[in-house]
Design a protein around this ligand. Sequence first.
Ligand code: IMP
Ligand code: MG
Length: 178
Amino acid sequence: MKLDPKKILIKGPQLEKKVKFLADRISNDYKTKNPVLVGILKGSFIFLSDLVRYLKIPHEVDFIAVASYGASTYGSGVVRWLKDLSINIESRNVIIVEDIVDTGLTLKYIIENLWTRNPRSVSVVTLLDKKENRRVRIPIKYVGFTIPSYFVVGYGLDYNEQFRNLPYVIRIDNLVTL
Ligand code: IMP
Ligand code: MG
């Protein structure tokens, strides 16, 4: 598949500026809190790695990986847990790091699961927010960019595992996002 450069939504320098801005806000808000940043694999891996390089505070990094069940359960919000945390988050300040929030169902499931482990706090930073597709209310403390309901790839986001390496966010057309 060939991508059309005219469909670039967010260019590299804009991404860099925004990620630095988000890191500054987190550095202010979590100065003495030694937060655990929890990246949701795989999509968040590039965002997370850029974000932490701009953080000016002590912090720890961990990952979880989840997969949505097949189309038959689309919308149920039930996800398959593929990889769990290695850090014990009891009494810790957790910041979930997401690439993109769409319906919000995945994130809701993850937030509820993490709360059962008695963390002190759980907040969310997402690079992209497709707000108009939201089906459940979830609190998102830090949002990079709110975007229309396009399917996008690049900067960690994939289509069939391709395009994660692109240094920009670009729209793919003629796709159903389910
Ligand atoms: P949600 O449960 O509908 O919010 O789905 C969120 C997940 O779907 C994200 O973490 C992404 O992995 C994936 N996703 C949603 N929209 C896009 C997109 O436009 N491009 C690539 N992945 C997407
Ligand atoms: Mg994701």
